[in-house]
Design a protein around this ligand. Structure first.
Ligand SMILES: [Fe+2]
Length: 265
């Protein structure tokens, strides 16, 4: 695996009632697919340490969901991360399919989720938790779409009302971070009320072209929308990571793996 780069975003908070007392950083990891940068991910861990984050957010697909799932590097990474940082994690389609189909994948999901929870990972399966960093109040939501939303052909519609039924509503004036693996539903996430969505899934569109952007998703969808970068809609933001790994189709052109760092100021 080629080495990853660090991509940095700045979120300036103008809300006087809920501003950080001083600037701080968080990191966002997505789509590791059980890749390791050095032994037990030592290079990735070192770079995360260099960033001195106050929290780690994870957007899913950290493993390879298969009959013989690959989870070792992801689990070892989370074991190390929880020794230093609060870690909030949502599932992607790889975790979800193992979760949804125990008849096919056996106890693989239970094993994985129990292990990372035992380290102290806040695994948010359509749940939310409160978090405070430098006096700034956050609510972190993990939203897990079922497999039908990941179909290759077409897009199953998702309404904000359905999200409300599944996970509730962002009712208070804290800053609402939504960990939602699939970026295609940004309109819905924004209408639901997310201040910042953290997503991945498309691996940047694997091949990135000037002007066009990402060419093809790992599910072979052409020109996937929101394949990487920062998107803003009526004050709602979404950061899409091109991910840290790859699995079946190991293809990245003009599209290095990335560690996302977000500065709040
Ligand atoms: Fe994915």
């Amino acid at each position: 695996m080629a080495d990853f780069k660090v991509t940095r975003y700045r979120i300036r908070i103008n809300h006087m009632e809920n501003k950080p007392a001083s600037p701080f950083s968080v990191v966002f990891l997505s789509d590791l697919h059980d890749v390791s940068y050095g032994r037990e991910n030592e290079r990735l861990l070192q770079e995360i340490r260099n960033q001195e984050p106050e929290a780690v957010f994870i957007g899913g697909d950290m493993i390879v969901g298969a009959k013989k799932p690959r989870t070792h590097a992801a689990v070892a990474l989370m074991d190390e991360l929880t020794k230093r940082y609060p870690v909030y994690c949502a599932n992607g389609n790889h975790e979800r399919r193992m979760h949804e189909q125990p008849e096919k994948y056996g106890e693989a999901y239970e094993d994985y989720s129990e292990k990372i929870r035992s380290f102290g990972v806040h695994l948010l399966e359509n749940e939310h938790e409160k978090l405070q960093i430098r006096r700034m109040r956050f609510t972190v939501w993990g939203y897990e779409l079922s497999q039908e939303y990941y179909g290759r052909w077409g897009r199953t519609a998702l309404q904000p009302e359905q999200m409300k039924k599944e996970i509730g509503s962002p009712a208070d004036d804290s800053f609402h971070i939504l960990l939602a693996h699939h970026p295609a539903y940004f309109d819905t996430y924004a209408a639901w009320g997310a201040d910042l969505v953290l997503a991945g899934h498309y691996h940047g569109g694997m091949i990135r072209l000037p002007v066009v952007g990402g060419l093809i998703s790992p599910q072979l969808q052409l020109l996937p929308p929101y394949s990487r970068g920062l998107f803003v809609e009526k004050g709602h933001r979404m950061i899409v990571s091109s991910g840290l790994g790859s699995h079946t189709i190991k293809l990245r052109v003009n599209n290095p793996p990335e560690l996302v760092v977000i500065d709040f100021l």
